[in-house]
Design a binder for this molecule. Sequence first.
Ligand code: C5P
Length: 235
Amino acid sequence: GATVPLAGKIVAISAGGTREPLDPVRYLGNRSSGRQGIALAKAALAAGATVRFIAAHMDVPAPAGVELSTASTARQLQVAVTEAARGADALIMSAAVADFRPAEYVDSKIKKSDDHADPVITLVRNPDILATLVADRTAAGSAGELPPLIVGFAAETGDAEAGVLEYGAAKLKRKGCEMLVVNEVGENLTFGTDENSVTILFADGAAAVHASGSKDEVAASVIDAVGRALAPARR
Ligand code: C5P
């Protein structure tokens, strides 16, 4: 029925920001609060889905009613997301995953050196969780286990709306997922706030959908698009 478009469906949602440790007391992190992921989980639950919620670091607790798993670093999140994605109908990657991590972890607190030399932190690339899942899905043998619908988020900084969307379209192609939710971020935009403004892009060429308002309103639009994409009529 129209009120439970995701009844019987399993939706995996990642949320929050990863942290990459430098030493026992320091990490590289980001401003993701987890709020958009929580709003997505609530909307998916309201639509009748079973929700597997993979939480990285969040400012607010995970919502009630989800199957919860947690992760701290990008590599831990990759393990948890891959497990949650198996057998799910859709995966929504709203987590802000660190693209880089310190090349080495120092297991005691890094000290100021006596010669006043500036410390240098070397970074190495983290795996791209989303792109890896898309690639694994296409590889022989795993078809049917990984979600047919994978939704990415793209947080872009920039002020020219057109440029942001062009970049989003290129990213959708590059990542190979079915949907990409593009939003503009900055210190005072999106991260940590309750408002959001996004454009949902579709790999199948369907017209882009704009949604703005509270993170709950944006989540409702994303979950609506997920419901329509999973509806038998479209397959
Ligand atoms: O390339 P970019 O980081 O902008 O892509 C954002 C999307 O890719 C988000 O859905 C994010 O969760 C996902 N991502 C990922 N693994 C990374 C970086 C981003 O799955 N290492």
